[in-house]
Design a protein around this ligand. Sequence first.
Ligand SMILES: Cc1ncc(COP(=O)(O)O)c(C=O)c1O
Length: 434
Amino acid sequence: MTSKRQILEKQKAYLWPNHLLYYAEPLPLDHGQGVYVWDVENNKYLDFFGGILTTSVGHNHPKVTARVQAQTAKLIHSSTLYPHENQVDLAEKLAALTPGKLQTSYFTNSGTEADETAVLLATAYTGSGEIIALRYGYSGRSFLSMSLTGHSSWRIGGTHVPGIKHALNPYCYRCPLKMTHPQCDTACAEDVEEVIKTTTSGRVAALLAEPIQGVGGFIVPPPEYFKIVTDIIHRYGGLFICDEVQTGFGRTGDKWFGIEQWGVEPDIMTMAKGIANGFPLANTITTAEIAEGMVGKGLTISTFGGNPVSTAASLATIEVLEEEGSPQHVAKVGHYLRAGLEKLLEKYPVVGDVRGMGLMQGVEMVKDRASKEPATEAVNQLFEETRSRGLLIGKGGLYGNVLRISPPLTVTKDHVDEALEILDLSIAQVQETV
Ligand SMILES: Cc1ncc(COP(=O)(O)O)c(C=O)c1O
């Protein structure tokens, strides 16, 4: 077996040096079971980042593994050139789970590709090449998706795809307009119209936005925000592309998709991450009418899109979610987690804000509550503290100062208690050094 030292040495020698790795000494994982993972030295960790919100039913779920094993023995690859039972069954299931008239799917392999496909469709359907995205949004690692992304740190290189403009985001804790909700009248939403009127031709293809900004730091909009911005985008001839890569599959509790929390029906929805519990799969779903916009415009295939094994994993994942990790279960355990995090907010001044929905909870760390100066170093230190106590969490935000807590959706209150205890002990250590 390759030792930890050998893995870290080979990582350095053979993988690009810009790979972003968590922890001062990177953590090579070996195996997982449920909510736990083990490193190569057999140290056990409670995984409260869920593989970046991806292992929606926990590691190695037996039902997913069995379905995948059976499929690999039958057919591993078909491409989008040949219809496959799993692909059409999954498309039918997603048409039933998604809101409104969303009905017809195009499967690809990553959130990046799903967003690319959505933008392509919106431009084909509307005939416009202009897109509105939100500041603090994250869309992926391709040239186009980095151009859609609204964080300088995730936008590599100075050259980007033209025609993309970024409107203000609904970040109430750090309001871009220095106002307070609800007295602000959700003024940030009106910026979408201002951006269209001042920086585009006045006819746009789409607004692309996440119901809760994930990488941005689990930023939850005011309830009326999406109603306002979708009305605006429709008035200017555009579509609403809802990026559910993080918020999908019950993550926000009570509903299958995050946008349903706001009672808004997207024109196009993208999904990935939790869709197949770690297998590479993504989807861009839209209405029958909008999908027609691609017909006659040229050819496109996806070699791995809708792969029989990934779609088998997805069908099994959704079944397990229905049985063990339903949106109702997520809401219940999510409330419990939130209540525990609120106690940490009361207890430690370094915790500036707690926000999120369901099992997508963010903790924004600040040097002091008055200035709200981001406590980026404190978060780095907290990562080492939580790791040493056996807890994995994520981080985000423009300054890397927001903890992202997003365990598998099948997690129980006992797991939450275990995580909260480690967080409490770890934040207590960090608080002393801020
Ligand atoms: C909201 C959102 N969209 C798109 C992506 C890109 O997904 P992927 O990393 O699978 O390409 C991510 C990844 O974190 C994401 O959070």
